[in-house]
Ligand binder design. Sequence first.
Ligand code: TXA
Ligand code: MG
Length: 347
Amino acid sequence: MITKIIKLNEKKFRIDEIKIAVETIVKGGLVAFPTETVYGLGANVFNAKAIEKIYEVKGRPKDNPFIAHIADKKDVYRLASEIPEKAEGLMKKFWPGPLTLIFKKSKIVPDVTTAGLSTVAIRMPDNKIALALIRESKVPIAAPSANLAGKPSPTSAEHVIHDLYGKIEVIIDAGKTKIGVESTVLDITTDPPTLLRPGGVTLEELGSFLGKVKLHPIVKSEKKIGKVIAKSPGMKYKHYAPEAELTVIKGKTIAVREKIQELANEYKTLGKRVGVMTTSKYDYDADVVKFVGRDLKTIAKNLFKTFREFDKEKVDVIIAESVKTSGMGLAIMNRLKKASGYNIVKT
Ligand code: TXA
Ligand code: MG
C-alpha cells in the first residue's frame, strides 16, 4: 500500500487539504492524525471492518478497546447509554482536552470497538486538525495511539512513518504533539470515579474538581498485576517500551546518580552498550546520555521521543532517573514503570 503523507500546520490549514483523509475515513480506511497528546490511528467508530484493520495493523491484542474521539458533545448521548451527573461538569471543564471518560455503552457502538466490553471510552481531542477530521467525516473516530503494539506512542509523524508506513492509507503530519503522554482515562461508571490511566490531565486537577477520585490499584502498583483486576484491558500489557531493556532508579538525587553510574559500569564490563536518561544534565560516563528535560511538562513531552532515539543509537540497556509522582509525574512514572516491565530499583 502507498501511504499518503499530508503535511499540515494546525494554525493555518484549509479543509480541502484534509479531503483525502476524510474520504479515507468515510470509505473505511485508516488515517493517522495528530492530537494534543500523541498521534492516533483512526477509523470510523461504526465500521467494524475498519476497526478490525486497526487491530491487525498495530498487532494489538483483541481484548484492548479503543477510544472514540468526538468533535461535538452531542455524540456522547449517541455513544453512551447512561450519562452520570458528573459527566457534564467534567466535559465542560476538561474538553476539548486530554481526558478520556468511560461510560456505559449504547447499542450503536460495535463490539469490536470496545473489545466486547459493556463500556465505551470517549474523548474530545484538543487539536484543530483532529476536530476537523472528525467533523468532516461526520462520524466519531476510534483511535488508539498510532504505534505498533508495545512500542512507545508516536509524538511526531516521523514515529508514525517508522511504525506504519505502507500499512495505512494516510498519515497527517502536523509536527510534534504538545503534551507527549496519552490522555488520562477516568471511569465515571463508579462512584467516586476511578482513575485507570494517569495522563495529560493530572490527578490533582481531577481531585480538586471532583472532590474524590479512586486510584485503580494498578496505577499505584509497583508490580505487574494479573488479569483479574486489570479493569482497563490495556493496563496488563508491557507498553511504551524501547527495544533496549530499561531500568528505572528511584531515590535521593545523589544516591540515584551513584547507583546509575555503578550499574552503567557493570553493564559496560559485560560488553553492553549503555544509555542513560537524565533529568538534570548530570555528566554520566556512558555510551549515550540523553537529557529528557528538567520540568515534568518537558519530560512528558520528550519521553517517548527519547526512547525512540535510544533505539536508533542501538543501546542494549537504558538506565533512567525517576521523577516525583505529583502532577504530570504520575503519568511519566506510570509510563516508565510499564516500559521497564516494572524494573524499578530503589536506592
Ligand atoms: O491520548 C490518547 O488517549 C491517545 C490519543 C490518540 O487520543 N489514544 C490512546 O489510545 O492512547 P490507546 O488505545 O493507545 O489507549 C487507550 C486506553 C487503553 O489502555 C485501553 O485499554 C483503555 O484506554 N480503554 C479503552 N476503552 C476502554 C473501556 N471501555 N474501559 C476501560 N478502558 C478502556
Ligand atoms: Mg497505545
